[in-house]
Design a protein around this ligand. Structure first.
Ligand code: HEM
Length: 408
């Protein structure tokens, strides 16, 4: 085993990389499945691209999510004024940035409040919101599917589920956008402070006036006499809202892009809308929306894919690359809504497996079924070949998707 063979200073995650995401991941996977690369701002990361390695890494306790350790590596490698993401300490101390036992404790408390029953009970409301958005679309000859449909649906659902006032929803969208996209540290810092302040007020309000929503359930959630502190509540709600804002949005939009690019697939779904559940899994596998990869940190040396990653390194588990590994998914570059996409890693794997997976699936299935039934002849307004992707390491999403909503 060697650590030197896999050392390259190949830049990763620059604008070209994001634009050509899957081809670039495929090159890395074919050449050196575990490779040390460098981000545009000079941060070294070890990139894992094979399915088997990625799945094993996600479940390996030697790989930590502890955010303070990752920050130490950033501080060692980047000058203090470098352009990396700023985030407020209180918001970042949520369970996705923690290892057991802290993670186990927090996840237990939120799982108690975020039950399958609570998610399934949302079905009629999600159908109602979807129908309203489709009605609005039907009045126009051309719309941006992101603005008119893919954005408002999940945002409304997560805001209602958690209990965010209607009047603050636009603020929320603006804050999360700034936090996820900004390379401007001041803007991101200001958005984090504004959000933390609003969440503090919201928690106080729900304490005084409990409601039938997730935030009230989280406030009340207890496990062996344990409950969430105020600081933990803020970080948890922040995680849920950010995850609930930008994820399903891009699952819907990326999926529709591929369905429109391949008219046979759209026709198959139109002929049999019951294919929708499998279609959503294939959409997740083929072009998952957020986190085309996720960070970990080596707490000790880690042998993986024939190399040994030393302790104290940042590891990037390439979920999008793993989901197109031909060893796992035959003909992975073919988008096929009837294939068995089971086992994809778009929601992660192991103890941090996405808490919102059931909700995201439900929303995407309702959205897609609604769209194909209401607008069976939906077409793109413009070329689908030069779709523009947003530039972000966290999100894999389009800037816009102009479509012509046409009925039967
Ligand atoms: C974790 C993807 C929607 C809440 C994760 C992880 C992935 C992921 C890959 C694991 C990250 C890691 O291990 O480092 C997605 C995708 C979604 C989606 C692709 C939509 C298509 C949602 C929604 C919510 C949510 C709607 C909330 C309502 C969470 C939470 C975690 C998480 C709380 C952290 C779990 C933990 O640390 O134990 N998600 N997510 N996600 N997701 Fe999602």
């Amino acid at each position: 085993m060697s650590t030197t063979e896999a050392h390259t200073e190949v830049p990763v995650f620059d604008a070209d990389f994001v634009h050509d995401l899957h081809a670039r991941y495929a090159e890395i996977r074919d050449a050196t499945p575990v490779q040390r690369m460098v981000t545009p701002n000079g941060l070294p990361v070890w990139v894992i691209t094979r399915y088997a390695d990625a799945r094993a890494a996600l479940a390996d306790p030697r790989l930590s999510k502890e955010v303070t350790r990752i920050r130490d590596v950033i501080a060692e490698n980047l000058p203090p004024d470098s352009d990396h993401r700023a985030f407020d300490e209180s918001l970042a101390s949520h369970m996705l940035n923690m290892d057991p036992p802290d993670h186990t404790r927090l996840r237990k408390l939120v799982v108690k409040a975020f039950t399958s029953r609570r998610v399934e009970a949302l079905r009629p409301r999600i159908e109602q919101i979807t129908a309203g958005l489709l009605d609005d679309m039907a009045e126009k000859s051309e719309v941006d599917l992101l603005d008119a449909f893919a954005f408002p649906l999940p945002i409304q659902v997560i805001s209602e589920l958690v209990g965010v006032d209607e009047s603050r929803r636009d603020d929320f969208r603006a804050w999360t956008n700034t936090l996820l996209d900004a390379s401007d540290r001041d803007a991101a810092g200001a958005a984090a402070v504004a959000m933390a302040q609003y969440l503090t007020e919201l928690i106080e309000h729900k304490r005084r006036q409990p409601a039938d929503d997730l935030l009230t359930a989280l406030i009340d959630s207890t496990e062996d006499q344990d409950r969430l502190s105020d600081k933990e509540l803020i970080a948890m709600v922040f995680l849920l809202l950010v995850a609930g804002h930008e994820t399903t949005v891009n699952l819907i939009a990326n999926g529709v892009l591929h369905l429109l690019r391949d008219p046979d697939q759209w026709a198959a779904l139109r002929a049999d809308p019951d294919l929708v559940a499998g279609a959503v899994e294939e959409m997740l596998r083929f072009d998952g929306p957020v986190m085309h990869g996720t960070f970990r940190f080596t707490a000790e040396p880690l042998p993986v894919g024939g190399v040994e990653i030393p302790a104290g390194q940042i590891v990037w588990v390439g979920l999008a690359a793993a989901n197109r590994d031909p060893e796992q998914f035959p003909e992975p570059e073919r988008f096929d809504i009837t294939r068995d996409a089971h086992g994809h890693l778009a929601f992660g794997h192991g103890i941090h497996f996405c808490l919102g997976a059931q909700l995201a699936r439900l929303e995407a299935q309702i959205a897609l079924r609604g769209l194909v039934e209401r607008f069976p002849n939906l077409t793109a307004a413009g070329s689908l070949d030069d779709a523009q992707w947003r530039f972000s390491t966290l999100i894999h999403g389009l800037r816009a998707l102009p479509v012509r909503p046409t009925g039967g």
